[in-house]
Design a protein around this ligand. Structure first.
Ligand SMILES: C[S@@+](CC[C@H](N)C(=O)[O-])C[C@H]1O[C@@H](n2cnc3c(N)ncnc32)[C@H](O)[C@@H]1O
Length: 304
């Protein structure tokens, strides 16, 4: 089946033990490069939608509202989330949109089934609260759910305070809203900068925030990006609570930076000071210098 004509949809990476996905279903969600955006669908475009709801309140209510909007009346909307990542609030949130809910629980997830009622309440308000917008605080385009979407990140701010004026071609890995990229592109000697982020909302915001002909902005996974012969890399690698998975993602970012650089090229990065990145940097780079340190963060310059 041609997936764009399917009336079944899947949002996010569903836990396989909890949901079966119809073959040919349309794929939605900001973290799946190439997936569609629910916001682009007309009201009632789908007859069935299964969603792994995001954890953040505004982004979850936005996703739920978009989901209910695009499922036709009497269509099926199934939403799940880990109990401690918004799952325990799903039922109330769906009921507040005017939906009767059947709730079950499995594998630490709450699963809410809704037959979409003919009328809904509060949809446009939730869509407006989670929609892309310009932030006066940041002076940037942003959207709830993007990393540090409504306030400057202290780690990024520390890195910004120490970045040198670069020359040549570089990359910003996990570029987010484009805060580091804007600083890098202030140097007229920079000839090109590739911004990569896995979050479509960040990519869309960065496209507006970084209107510079030297910037190439990619919706992609850094883990599979092919970059080489770069003069410099900047990054604030992804982390959340510093769990094992996050650490290994940050370490992969460092390996990717090392692969992408020419000999003598430099990687500037900031990390939570408790993350064990020195041991990863040391064998991959000729020289690693701790350039700044606070109670919470460390800034490294790593020369290949
Ligand atoms: C700590 S934030 C830094 C954002 C931005 N550089 C800044 O300093 O404000 C890390 C970014 O990496 C992105 N990210 C996470 N995993 C990724 C992956 N596998 N590939 C590309 N980007 C990823 C996140 O969406 C997030 O925007």
């Amino acid at each position: 089946m041609n997936s764009s004509s399917s009336r079944h949809g899947v949002y996010g990476t569903l836990p396989l033990a909890l949901a079966t996905v119809t073959s040919g279903a349309r794929i939605f969600g900001p973290f799946l490069p190439g997936a569609e955006d629910l916001a682009d669908l007309e009201d009632g475009a789908l007859s069935q939608l299964v969603m792994l709801a995001p954890a953040g309140v505004l982004e979850r209510r936005y996703a739920l509202a978009q989901g209910l909007r695009v499922v036709e009346p009497s269509g099926q909307f199934t939403v799940m989330a880990l109990k401690d990542k918004g799952g325990s609030r799903l039922r109330k949130e769906l009921e507040a949109f005017g939906c009767p809910v059947i709730e079950t629980s499995k594998a630490h997830h709450r699963i809410c089934g809704v037959t979409r009622p003919a009328s809904l309440v509060g949809i446009s308000e939730a869509v407006a609260a989670g929609a892309p917008r310009r932030s006066d605080t940041l002076g940037l385009f942003t959207q709830p759910g993007i990393f540090s979407w409504d306030r400057p990140d202290p780690g990024t701010a520390l890195l910004l305070d120490h970045l040198p004026a670069f020359s040549g071609k570089g990359a910003d890995l996990g570029a987010g809203l484009g805060v580091l990229a804007l600083a890098v592109l202030k140097s007229p000697k920079v000839t090109g900068l590739t911004l990569i982020d896995l979050d479509y909302r960040a990519v869309r915001a960065a496209q507006r925030n970084v209107p510079d002909g030297r910037a190439e902005i990619l919706w992609a996974d850094v883990r599979v990006a092919e970059l080489k012969d770069l003069d410099f890399v900047v990054m604030n690698p992804p982390f959340h609570d510093g769990g094992a998975e996050d650490r290994s993602l940050g370490q992969t970012f460092i390996r990717k930076a090392a692969e992408a650089l020419r000999k003598g090229g430099t990687c500037w990065l900031v990390a939570n000071r408790h993350l064990p990145y020195e041991a990863v940097l040391a064998p991959l780079f000729a020289k690693v210098t701790l350039q700044a340190e606070t109670g919470a963060f460390k800034v490294y310059e790593a020369r290949k």
